[in-house]
Design a protein around this ligand. Structure first.
Ligand code: 6LW
Length: 492
């Protein structure tokens, strides 16, 4: 049976608060204001940062790592780059700590700012902390503690390590020590440490970031341990449950201004049968938190999340690009903007924006020749090339490129290209595994819209392409410069 669950739109257990690929969320509160940051992998500027006053509606206010000193590009492979981090506020200053997996030997990166919209400081490196998913926290005496998922090259294992660190230099003040090795599931990672009442809590992820993902918790009287695991572990998981959101885990707690507790966590929305395909990467969800016997209890359906706030129209007339625009390699410096003609992306480059909905359409007004595509990575994408008087639909799957539709343009200076993801027709008796969605590639001619191709969306999913990211829309191509004077995106 397909999708047997009756879902209530807007329930926080099924509707993300930050849709589109925004995994590993980390959150902090300052007075009545909440700030949230997520991983961004190869994309630059890196680490989108959001603001909210109610935990439900989030506005992107910038990106944290906006220079190539803060985020060294390295080899720039898909899904490397910036992984999970921690955002905290202390004594009037925001701290953000993360790992650049493309530059793993530089250890953990700490940047600080007084305004989370930026600018953020030059990076400080904790060079002796090799591993991923760092947390930053302060002991009762003000000592800064960094806790991370250590790569133990000697035994090939992994564990959660901690060290006191001078955050202004990155120097470790004493050798690191193991604090926990998890509840026994694979990959104890994504640790966050909190001082709550008489306890120190370690909330972390386990089970790997796929269908077995979960959040687990341990507590101790001192930050270095010894820790005891929660008897109810895992405290958050959708393993083996038939719900529309899967892979839930990697959570971060926040106390609300009114004294309640909540958590942000990641999850995916697969479609197309069971176990299905997820196209948008891992997204950020919100949960209520209750406390029972001194342990956090996730109440994932506590909140009603508003939907449909993802659409935008971009005409590129502002001096600065909106923070939603990113590039998978290089910088934004050679992306030209002219209020009269729009944005021009040179050959081999892409200007990208995350897709944030399960069903959507996007229209790019291309001036002259150019390309508009939806991609999950360079080897998996569908695009329309406008070239030499024709519109050409091209599908690239596993790096193999094929032309799947061609039609003549009707002339004129600009061509509107439309990409759309729509739910496939319901199959009462599915034969084989149904498509998660259909991608329709179209362009506009004097006599109306022309459909070039209608393609199975599974090939632009994480289950096929692998990796940690999700779909983006991209302007630009390897072959030619693309000028776009307007891009419009809306959920369907
Ligand atoms: C993240 C780590 C993980 O740093 O995925 O599978 C990484 N585990 O917790 C990238 O999101």
């Amino acid at each position: 049976m397909l999708n047997p669950i009756a879902v209530t739109p807007g329930n926080s257990s099924i509707t993300p608060i930050v849709p589109g690929f925004h995994p590993d969320p980390t959150v902090c509160r300052v007075g009545d204001d909440y700030y949230l940051a997520t991983s961004s992998f190869e994309y630059f500027p890196a680490v989108p940062v959001f603001h909210s006053t109610d935990l439900l509606t989030w506005t992107q206010i910038g990106n944290i790592l906006t220079t190539r000193e803060q985020f060294v590009e390295g080899e720039g492979r898909p899904s490397l780059g910036v992984w999970a981090g921690t955002l905290r506020h202390r004594d009037g200053r925001f701290y953000y700590i993360t790992t650049n997996v493309s530059d793993i030997d530089s250890g953990q990166i700490i940047v600080t700012a007084t305004d989370p919209a930026g600018p953020w400081s030059e990076p400080v490196h904790v060079r002796d902390a090799i591993g991923i998913d760092p947390d930053i926290c302060w002991d009762d005496d003000g000592t800064c503690l960094v806790t991370w998922h250590r790569f133990n090259f000697d035994v090939g294992g992994i564990d959660v390590h901690q060290a006191p660190v001078d955050p202004s230099t990155g120097e470790m003040l004493k050798p690191s020590y193991e604090v926990w090795s998890g509840s026994g599931l694979p990959s104890a990672e994504g640790p966050h440490l909190y001082r709550i009442g008489e306890w120190w809590y370690l909330l972390y992820a386990e089970g790997g970031t796929e269908r077995g993902h979960c959040a687990t918790v341990a507590r101790a009287r001192r930050p270095e341990g010894p820790y005891e695991g929660c008897p109810a572990n895992p405290v958050l998981t959708r393993r083996s449950t038939n719900t529309p959101v899967h892979n839930t885990g990697h959570a971060d707690l926040v106390q609300t201004a009114s004294g309640d507790w909540a958590a942000v966590y990641l999850g995916v929305r697969p479609r197309g049968g069971t176990p299905g395909f997820h196209m948008l990467g891992r997204e950020t969800f919100l949960s209520g938190i209750d406390w029972e016997d001194g342990w956090p209890v996730f109440v994932t359906d506590r909140y009603t999340v508003p939907e449909g706030l993802t659409g935008f129209v971009e005409d590129f007339v502002d001096a600065d690009l909106q923070p939603r625009w990113v590039v998978p390699s290089g910088t934004l410096d050679d992306i030209e903007r002219d209020p009269a003609t729009g944005v021009t992306v040179p050959p081999t480059r892409r200007l990208c924006v995350r897709v944030r909905d399960l069903s959507w359409e996007a229209i790019a007004d291309l001036v002259g020749d150019g390309s508009f595509e939806v991609r999950i990575d360079p080897l998996h994408n569908y695009r329309v090339d406008v070239v030499d008087g024709e519109a050409v639909a091209v599908a690239t799957i596993g790096g193999r490129e094929q032309t799947v539709g061609v039609a003549a343009l009707s002339g004129g200076e600009a061509t509107r290209v439309r990409l759309r993801a729509e739910a496939p027709p319901r199959q009462e008796v599915p034969l084989g595994v149904p498509a998660p969605d259909l991608i329709v590639l179209e362009f506009e001619r004097a006599d109306g819209w022309v459909e070039l191709a209608r393609l199975d969306g599974r090939y632009l999913s994480t289950e096929v392409a692998s990796g940690f990211t999700g779909r983006v829309l991209a302007v630009g191509s390897d072959a030619r410069a693309t000028t776009a004077r307007r891009i419009e995106y809306r959920p369907l």
